[in-house]
Design a protein around this ligand. Structure first.
Ligand SMILES: [Zn+2]
Ligand SMILES: [Zn+2]
Length: 152
């Protein structure tokens, strides 16, 4: 299935959603879009540093946390509990199945989850009802590797 690429990322607009438009924040958002996968703050900072961008780790953390707050990224936790962020290419959030071994992630059909969450939101009397659903497991490649290790 081809990924949805119709949505055009707008780094500067995303930055204005979380606060003042600064060049450093824009650089972080652009790097996150380029990463095109789940990435942690430290790893993103390392990529920027390697490319010669003088963006501080705390700026990376704050920008990613801000994007999470306004719903511009999907967030999962890896096996060690670190938060990983992926730029959201569409206006709708998505849910992911993430491998606890290698970090591979793939979007999953979440229709029933959305219907259930909508029903709760409509009937509970609560406002701004949000949900977080992450599925994790071991991907086929890692599963094969584990099986091979066991038989060695
Ligand atoms: Zn894996
Ligand atoms: Zn959802």
């Amino acid at each position: 299935m081809a990924p949805d690429r119709q949505y055009t990322p707008a780094p500067s607009h995303d930055v204005t959603l979380i606060g003042r438009l600064t060049q450093q924040r824009t650089i972080v958002v652009e790097a996150l879009i380029r990463a095109d996968d789940f990435v942690g703050a430290q790893a993103l900072h390392d990529q920027l540093a390697a490319a010669g961008s003088p963006v501080g780790l705390s700026t990376v953390y704050r920008t990613l946390a801000g994007l999470a707050r306004v719903g511009r990224v999907d967030v999962v936790r890896d096996a060690s509990g670190e938060r990983l962020f992926r730029y959201r290419l569409g206006p709708e959030h998505r849910h992911y199945l993430i491998c606890t071994e290698c970090g591979l992630s793939r979007p999953v059909d979440s229709g029933p989850v959305e219907e259930w969450a909508d029903t709760i939101a409509r009937t509970s009397g609560f406002a701004n009802v949000r949900h977080t659903v992450d599925l994790s497991g071991v991907c086929p490649d890692c599963g094969r590797r584990q099986a091979a290790d066991e038989h060695r």
